[in-house]
Write a protein that binds this ligand. Structure first.
Ligand code: SAM
Length: 316
């Protein structure tokens, strides 16, 4: 389960946001997200990822992590707690997040070249903050630290090999993500997508890669370098869709359930809560919604219908 705690963001990445639009949807009190999380963990959710917008912008997020860390599955297990962040504010927050019970973290970073990074994020001098955040996360023993890079032809496909080096030097898992049509500006086209096959071919010019077996619901194909130093992953929803393995559900910042990134409708869990539904009624609702999870997305097909929200407002 992914919970978006805000759709505000302090970055304006060119492939994600227009740069002019801000937050659109509301935010709920943490107590409401916590009730949703408790319910879903009781129904079998074992992994919770906090996201946004930018989750570290939300005041009280560390306390929220502490509350989530108290949850237990019906078998008595603590949920696996993760966060996806742009890392800009992470340097000071990595240790408090770890102490509160966060287990692992993913930092989004689309270039290892500071100038290119600034051009993509449209925020000056952000690179140093993000790098400091990644290093602080490692120091705080959030593990693993993953670095997600969305590749776009003409913007940053020349960063593939530098990211391979970065993974090895910094001890992080770098994951390349194929660009999906989920942006505010409608700039997506198939030709902009840098595909899994291209990434593998380019990286092999640097060092040979060996595929690592992966778990059933893992979205990334995983590879290690031939000398055992450094791991990269590739998430290829466009060229190699994995919908049949997807077990994710998402809660938006305003409390709607989305069963697919590309959902064209949402399920208003918060409205039910507001009307006083009991936990039994909420659980019935969630079961019904999850039972109707979309079979697959239709990216690149003639019948593709854009999702009802863009990525920053869903929670990536
Ligand atoms: N602000 C946080 C961050 O930067 O990680 C969390 C939200 S952000 C929307 C989550 C992830 O979605 C980021 O890694 C971002 O690069 C990715 N993303 C945004 N738009 C995308 C798109 N159209 N296709 C693929 N990934 C996208």
């Amino acid at each position: 389960m992914r919970i978006s705690v805000t759709d505000r963001c302090n970055y304006k990445c060119i492939y994600c946001r227009t740069g002019t639009d801000g937050a659109i949807y509301g935010e709920l009190p943490f107590a409401d997200y916590l009730r949703m999380a408790r319910l879903l963990v009781s129904l079998g959710i074992t992994k919770i990822r906090l996201t946004g917008g930018e989750p570290l912008l939300r005041r009280g997020v560390v306390e929220f992590v502490r509350e989530l860390a108290q949850l237990r599955s019906p078998e008595g297990q603590q949920p696996d707690l993760a966060m996806t962040t742009n890392g800009h504010l992470l340097a000071d927050m990595a240790r408090p997040l770890k102490d509160a019970g966060l287990i692992r973290i993913t930092v989004s970073m689309d270039a290892v070249d500071p100038d290119r990074f600034a051009r993509i994020t449209r925020v000056p001098a952000g690179f140093d903050h993000v790098l400091a955040g990644i290093r602080a996360a490692r120091k705080a023993e959030l593990w693993p630290v993953k670095v997600n890079c969305v590749l776009m032809r003409g913007f940053n496909e020349n960063q593939i090999i530098p990211f391979g080096m970065f993974a090895r030097e910094e001890g992080v898992i770098v994951r390349f993500i194929e660009f999906m049509p989920l942006e505010e500006d409608r700039v997506w086209s198939p030709s902009v997508v840098v595909t899994l096959d291209e990434i593998l071919a380019r990286m092999a010019e640097y060092r040979p890669l060996i595929e690592i077996p992966r778990g059933r619901s893992e979205t990334a194909r995983r590879y290690r370098f031939d000398d055992g130093i450094g791991e990269i992953g590739i998430i290829a929803p466009v060229s190699h869709p994995f919908c049949g393995h997807c077990s994710r559900i998402r809660i938006t910042s305003d409390g709607k359930i989305r069963t697919c990134l590309f959902s064209v409708w949402e399920h208003d869990l918060h409205e039910l809560m507001r009307r006083g539904a009991s936990d039994v009624e909420l659980a019935d609702f969630v079961r019904g919604v999850v039972g109707r999870k979309e079979e697959r997305h239709h990216i690149g097909e003639p019948d593709f219908v854009p999702a009802s929200r863009t990525m920053v407002h869903i929670g990536g």
